[in-house]
Design a protein around this ligand. Structure first.
Ligand SMILES: Nc1ncnc2c1ncn2[C@@H]1O[C@H](COP(=O)(O)OP(=O)(O)O)[C@@H](O)[C@H]1O
Ligand SMILES: [Mg+2]
Length: 392
């Protein structure tokens, strides 16, 4: 590798015309329910990376898991078309040739090659930005693929991604580090089937309860169970999405969110609030509601904001985070209690998403976030132990 490219990769700084651009593979779409959100997030990232210092290679993952290279002209159409972020559909991930991702000839690079016509769709990547939400992309699966290729990638590694996706493992990690989370129990489908009375599984928890599949997102499979509601029905609904179930005691209060950005010494952003209507933040309100529920920055006493920022960094450290995460809180204002509800290791990343908004409120713009994330990807890669296997 040329020392110039090495420098560009190490620094990942824009604005220096002397260096070759850093070739960033933006990986998006995927089989999760958050396919469209991922497409919208990826366009935001691609737009921020376009021009100075970077070359974007957009690789879409179809709903069935196939990889497609997005032709430059198609990408440009989306990037320059007005309102494109809101008008995304499947065309983005099915427009181009089917490709595969392999280890590049040069150590620490990956290569995109056409499956049908070898050599026709070919791009080298210095770093991959997996802008994928939910299972498969945010849970360590894609991170494992990228590790095995030996290419640097943005965001949390395999373990932090997997722990962040699994609400049971996540709460174990948080508790171990003294980060407060709601009282909860967990059990699997077999345990549920073997229990005559589901109430026995949730002894000690006060209603309302939140019954959730352990490894999902977007509020899919979650039910709020108040007095008089059918607990068994809620568990069976959650079991349709995962064999592992978590039941939490409900917190009545505000929903607050904080961004974390960094590596060994991560920083916390301003705090945002999601104004929830109808009792809880369900799929309908998340993706189908027409009013923007976000208030940034949240109106809070300084000491509460500081506690949230401190807990966010501790929660990030508890899962072994790297790069970024959005930490979501439940705040019981009357009791003065804060609970970490969950961490999202690849939060929504459109220009209208909470993560960029809470950073903007802290004086860090979208482009700076992306610059820092790419630099952090190289920094982690440089630290990783080199094992005996070499994918080349
Ligand atoms: N323990 C709880 N108390 C009160 N509300 C909750 C609780 N757990 C979840 N919720 C509500 O359900 C929503 C989705 O739950 P969450 O755990 O964030 O799942 P997801 O990963 O699908 O976003 C939250 O935004 C909140 O509105
Ligand atoms: Mg959530």
């Amino acid at each position: 590798m040329s020392s110039d490219r090495q420098q560009a990769r190490d620094g990942a700084r824009r604005g220096d015309g002397q260096r070759p651009p850093v070739r960033v593979g933006v990986l998006f779409g995927g089989p999760s329910a958050e396919h469209e959100v991922s497409c919208a997030s990826a366009l935001g990232v691609a737009r921020a990376l376009t021009g100075d210092g970077y070359r974007v290679v957009a690789v879409g993952i179809t709903r069935t898991g196939g990889l497609r290279l997005v032709p430059d002209a198609v990408l440009a159409g989306y990037l320059h078309g007005s309102g494109a972020e809101r008008a995304i559909d499947d065309r983005l991930t099915v427009a181009g040739p089917t490709v595969e991702l392999r280890a590049g000839r040069q150590r620490g690079t990956a290569v995109v090659t056409a499956v049908d016509a070898p050599g026709t769709a070919h791009a080298e990547l210095d770093v991959v930005f997996p802008v994928l939400h939910g299972p498969y992309g945010e849970d360590g699966v894609v991170q494992g693929l990228l590790e095995s290729l030996g290419v640097p990638y943005v965001g949390c590694g395999i373990l932090a991604s997997a722990v962040g996706m699994d609400k049971v493992a996540m709460k174990r990690a948080l508790r171990a580090e003294g980060v407060p989370c709601t009282p909860h129990v967990s059990f699997d489908g077999q345990t549920y089937q073997a229990t005559e009375d589901p109430e026995k599984l949730v002894v000690g928890l006060r209603r309302p309860l939140f019954v959730k599949p352990a490894r999902m997102g977007s509020s899919i499979g979650i039910s709020r169970v108040a007095e008089g509601d059918d607990l068994a029905e809620a568990i069976e609904e959650a079991l349709r999405h995962d064999n592992l179930i978590i039941v939490e005691q409900g917190v009545t209060g505000r929903e607050l969110e904080c961004g974390v950005l960094g590596g060994a010494r991560p920083e916390a952003s301003a705090v945002g609030e999601v104004r929830v209507t109808g009792g809880w933040f369900d799929y309908q309100q998340k993706y189908l509601g027409d009013s923007d529920p976000m208030i940034v920055p949240a109106v809070l006493p300084d000491d509460v904001t500081e506690r949230i920022q401190d807990l966010s960094i501790r929660a990030f450290a508890a899962i072994g985070g790297w790069g970024l995460a959005r930490v979501d809180f439940l705040y019981d204002e009357a009791a003065g209690e804060l609970y970490v509800n969950e961490l999202n290791t690849m939060p929504g990343f459109t220009a209208h998403s909470m993560y960029p908004k809470v950073w903007a409120a802290a004086g860090v713009g979208y482009r700076e976030i992306v610059d820092r994330l790419v630099a952090l990807a190289f920094a982690r890669h440089a630290q990783r132990p080199t094992g005996p296997q070499d994918p080349r």
